[in-house]
Design a protein around this ligand. Sequence first.
Ligand code: BES
Ligand code: ZN
Length: 875
Amino acid sequence: MAEDFKGQPRLPNFAAPRRYDIFLEPHLTACLFSGTATITVDVLLPTQFLVLNAADLCVDTSSVSLTTSTTSCSAISPVSIELVEEDEIMVLQFGSQLPLGESLLKIEFSGTLNDQMRGFYRSKYEYKGEVQNMAVTQFESVDARRCFPCWDEPAFKAKFKITLEVPSELVALSNMPVSDEKFNGDLKIVSYDESPLMSTYLVAMVIGHLDYIQGLTTDGVQVRVYTQVGKTDQGKFALDVALKSLNLYKDYFAVPYPLPKLDMVAIPDFAAGAMENYGLVTYREVALLFDARFSSAYSKQDVAITVAHELAHQWFGNLVTMEWWTHLWLNEGFASWVSYLAVDAIFPEWNIWTQFLDETSSGMMLDALSESHPIEVEIKHANEVDAIFDSISYDKGASVIRMLHSYLGADCFQKALASYIKQYAYANAKTEDLWAVLEEESGEPVKDLMNSWTKQQGYPVISVKMNSNKLLVCQEQFLSDGSSAAGTWIVPLTLCCSSYENSKKFILTSKSDELDIDDLILNKKGKQETFWLKLNTNQTGFYRVKYDDELAAGLKYAIQADKLSLMDKIGTIDDANALCVACKGTLSSLLSLLDAYSMESDYTVLKRVISVSLKIANVVDDATPDLSDKIKLFLIKLLESPAEKLGWDVKEGESHLDTMLRAELLMALVRLGNTSTVDEGIRRFYIFFNDRNSSVLPPDIRKAAYVAVMQKCTSSDKWGYESLLKIYREAHQSEEKMRVLGSLASSPDKSIVLDALNFLLTDEVRNQDAVYGLNVSNQGRETAWEWFKENWEYISKTWVSTPLLSGFVKSIVSLFASYEKSKEIEEFFANRVKPTFERALKQSLERVNTKAHWIEGVRSDESLAEVVSHLADKA
Ligand code: BES
Ligand code: ZN
């Protein structure tokens, strides 16, 4: 009978928890914990079984009892208790059918405060000169079961009443405010208010030596930022963003913040970037702390986005929760989209919606692989859940929301959302529930339109051709390896012609269509040479566009003549790049198009120009080593003039975007091997190394100098490597440590790369950070692969948490660009792959094959040599 419950995607629903009374006693020095769960269970259908989740817990079987209303004085015990390890469930069988209605299930258990950054774990930090343990929880997706037995699925919402027994001198936080504190010698018993209905993955606890700063929202909600003692100053920026975001969201969602308080805590060891636990949001230090003296402008922006994202979840995710992990994207895609809305309102000068196109671009990159998946993805087992926290759920999710938002209009969209939140508050919703509300409020066929984007993987490339005054459009699924596939989408097409006033909207519902644009063309009145046409105005649609030669020439003109919006400039080069990678366009035409950006000075556009340039520089090393130097020379010239305008030193009162642009440009020039940039980076590094207070190397440009140093570092002169290690060891900021880690393996010297990789496995590098050290130079990639294979046993045991282990696999595998290597890697993993990183592995291998295919395309580009000579000489 218990067999029936094994290997199932979900728990049976004949019983549901209503309230959890959880008592936990963590032992911070022994790294153990013990606890009692008293769960009010509602038996809904006749059964002899209770099936709930538990993993890595030692359950005291003699303690398990069920007190039903009919047996109120004498509790009954199960006749058997089976713990099914592979399914992480606990099956309790009772001697007879359980009475319908509520009963109390009591279970005592104990466990280890693990080092895996999931469940109930310990994080290490220094307090008064000594290393201490902090007890922390991370339950999403499926790890609440590692802390206490529970119905660990988002749809089983219940109320939580938490009590902790902890050393008296420590701060102990949970989702709700403290209701009572009783001191008992060295220990105290802290109880918290009962929570409203919530899902298990949002329960949280943090126990350690912490300090805080606080503020109040306009509604009087108390918001605190907790940090290690002495670091609260670094929490001010996040606190400010939090207060502003909360004020904004309560209006946007038209529902007040649902809890009496909000705490945000910086955790020294943390697997993800941040976690939206209800009322107790946890962060990596770099995602919460900001200090103008030590942090870059980029980090500042990252903190703002992260805070705005996690706080959006307090409504979208926590108050209204996805019914099952298939709808994870509702949580993540939406929180991502809305975080930009909040940040745009708080920092209008950051032009954050233009920066949003980075998200769209990474979503499109992943979704152009056959190994991608639909936004709504079937989840057959708990061990598959973590793997879908990827660019599809986040970036494609957020992008299709932006597409719908722009189609329906801001007001209509917001009204519908507010009504969705109200309707599903304290409950769960599926994707179709959101569409139904939006459809009702807007009167538009939202469901049909959006199903085509969320239920099938991939997206189309729209080919456009002009035929007299008609536009022929045709859609086909876009895949990075140039192959074709069968998808068709309902595409909200937009276009403009020679001016942004001159625009049109269409819905493309079939494979191809003919659009009459007579009215738009008439306006051009014979000025043939200044005619341009851009589809997908401001890149609000999740599709790519391939223009015929004539239209492509018009667009190139529009870029040179600076007629396009920033978003359209970004979209044009991004699409051209993707088409080139898929061998649907040549590298020579991509390079010619890049040349049209030579007068550009905007951060958002240049950032994309840079990322395209670096991809090209990387592929030509493998594809056409003969032309590689010349191509790099052209790319250097393209980036040199904006870099010279900005210089190395911060200008008085310069914009946030210029500060970030300087960092991008200098880093790109170093990576392209531009001698003067590398030399200047090294010169400034010497000065900075000898005087850390010197202003020659502010945090924004420091990494460019570090990479320059490492590029010149060899095993016969390891000064650069040793100096960077010294900086790493002396750094107090996690951000600074990350900068060093991200540079160490970029030396062309193989033995230095090996040293850098081995360093990642020492206890000087936190497990959460090691993946950042895998930025390996092309020359060092074979060394990295050998190192990876040799250490796989250790790596796979140490980094069990999915995002980190997948990160390892992705970083190493994507260094390569040949079919042979991809085969070799596949063989290595044949009997080593696990569900937690299988998706990441397959996608990375596909990327390797795609690059190999691109290399073939580049080699067959007959005009490349000539175009390159022309561009390099002219520049
Ligand atoms: N819910 C996630 C945290 C998470 C990620 C839990 C993966 C379990 C697995 C959180 O809201 C989140 O999305 N965090 C992001 C940062 C955000 C700014 C995109 C992260 O951790 O990278
Ligand atoms: Zn999120």
